[in-house]
Each structure stands twice: as C-alpha cells, then as structure tokens.
Design a protein around this ligand. Structure first.
Ligand code: CA
Ligand code: CA
Length: 293
C-alpha cells in the first residue's frame, strides 16, 4: 500500500485545490484525518468560542485519481475506519435544534475504547463510526466543507461507514477526493450539531464504475442503496433525492415515471441524515435490487 496520506487539509472543495497526491484506479489507500475542530479542543477547558478563527471540518486531500474524468462515477469502498481514542462534543448557545436551551459553552471530552464511547462516568454507548465529510471538487464555485451537496462534502450520513461503498459523481479531471470529520457515533439528524468528533485513519479502495451516471452521491450497504440529497429547504432535499431515485429505478427497469413514483412510495424509506448544516441532508433508501449500481 502507498504511504499514509496525511498532513494537508482543505477547508473548501474546489477544482482549484492543488492535489497532494495522485493514485491509480484500483489502489487501496490509507488516509489520516483530524477532527472537525482541527484538534483545538484537547481538554474540557478548551472552548470552541476560544477559537473564533478556527476553520471547521478540515478534509485531508485532495487526492487526484488518474483516468477519472467529468461524468464518471467514482466508487469508494470504505474498507476500514480506525478511530483515535479520544473524541470531543462541544455544546454552545444556538447550536443544534435546541441551542436556545443552552446557556453556556462547554466542551466534553469522551474516551473511545474497545468500541465503547464514554460520555461520563456512568454513561456509555457503542461506537458507530462514520465519515462526516467526503467528496470531490464540485461543478462550479468552491463549496465550504461545512456544506453538503451534489459533490458530497458535509453529508453527515451515518451509513458512510466501514463495509459500505460510496458512489460520487465526478465533475473535474482526477475527481479531487478529500475526507475528514470522522464520528465515533452520530444519530440521524445530528440533533445538537455535533457527532462524537474524532480523528483517525480510513482505508479506502478507489475504482470507477461504468454504465451509470449520477447527479448526487449514493451509499450502498449490504442490502440497500441510499440516494443522498441536500438542499437548503428540507422538502427540496427530499424532492431532489426522490427524482434521482426514480431516474435510477427507470434506468434499470422498464417503467413509466408514474409507476416508478408508485414503487418509490411503496418500498422507499426517507431518512434524515442531518438537519444542522447550511444545507440539510436526507437519503432515500431502496432495496438494492431496484438500482443497478
Ligand atoms: Ca459534519
Ligand atoms: Ca462532525
């Protein structure tokens, strides 16, 4: 395997970012990431408000993938996620859905050990690791790492995890893949605005697939495909993901729009990935046999 890719970060996805390394299709790579606060919150005395100029969500990269061009679909097999042993969850006024109930900025340091997260002496819960930020250079202008979109980015979708495969549309030569913002756990919605934020190492295998185009990211699990839509307005995000789901169903199956719409309503689940970023993210979950990817 190539040397670990590490130490260089972007804060916005852009085709103008200079690649830090180049890989070939089929390569397996290890990427080291730092937490979404760039490691600034080391103890519970370090408050997020003490770092007013901190740029959030550093993503390691970008990685240039040879023989990948606009219109291609990148396949990112997430083989392994190794988390560091310490995570962090700040709370602060006006952050998250109930931020108006929070009077004081706090930092909570959480230990991560043997797949258990310790919130405090008596509260523990299992690790559910995931990648919060992963994407390619977007079509048009640069997009901040805090914002999700058709290029991926801050999707905060908990199924983007070990064992699953992410598919991303490519908008520029080389794709320019970058990732960061690992979570030791995060529930659907990311309700207080933070997962269990942590650094770590991610092992990925990168391929491209033929025979399909994508307008937005998809994650495939053992049994399902999930079409990931983001928009400023919740219903717009749902509509976007629905249209892409119907397009993909029709691509595989001879079916008029109205029947694909019925099928989607009959067998598709809507899940909320996150409600706290500048655009909200939802996913439409379909049994995988209905989509050829
Ligand atoms: Ca995030
Ligand atoms: Ca995060």
């Amino acid at each position: 395997m190539k040397p670990t890719i590490q130490g260089k970060y972007i804060y916005e996805f852009s085709h103008e970012n200079e690649p830090i390394t180049s890989i070939k299709l089929g390569d397996t790579i290890e990427v080291e990431t730092i937490d979404c606060y760039s490691g600034a919150l080391k103890t519970e005395r370090d408050l997020i408000t003490d770092f007013p100029t901190l740029k959030a969500n550093p993503a390691t990269g970008p990685i240039y993938i040879e023989n990948v061009n606009k219109g291609d679909v990148l396949e990112v097999i997430i083989k392994k996620i190794d988390l560091n042993s310490v995570g962090v969850m700040p709370t602060r006024p006006n952050r998250g859905l109930l931020g108006d109930y929070i009077q004081e900025t706090q930092t909570r340091i959480l230990s991560i050990d043997h797949d258990i997260v310790t919130l405090n002496q008596s509260i523990r819960f299992p690790v559910h690791k995931m990648i919060g930020v992963i994407g390619v250079a977007p079509q048009g202008e640069a997009i901040s790492n805090t914002t999700p979109g058709e290029h991926g980015g801050n999707m905060d979708t908990k199924d983007i995890t070990e064992g699953n495969t992410l598919y991303l549309p490519v908008f520029h030569p080389g794709g320019l893949l970058a990732l960061g913002d690992l979570h030791a756990s995060m529930g659907d919605g990311e309700l207080n605005g933070s997962g269990v934020e942590v650094g770590g190492k991610v092992t990925l295998q990168i391929n491209k697939i033929e025979g399909v185009t994508l307008n937005m990211p998809i994650v495939k699990t053992e049994d399902h495909v999930m079409i990931i839509g983001s928009a400023t307005d919740f219903r717009d995000a749902v509509r976007k993901a629905m249209l892409e789901a119907i397009r993909l169903i029709q691509h595989k199956n001879e079916m008029e729009f109205a029947d694909a719409y019925r099928l989607l309503s009959a067998i598709g689940d809507l899940r909320v990935s996150q409600l706290v970023n500048p655009k909200v993210t939802v996913r439409i979950v379909l049994p995988k046999e209905w989509v050829s990817i």
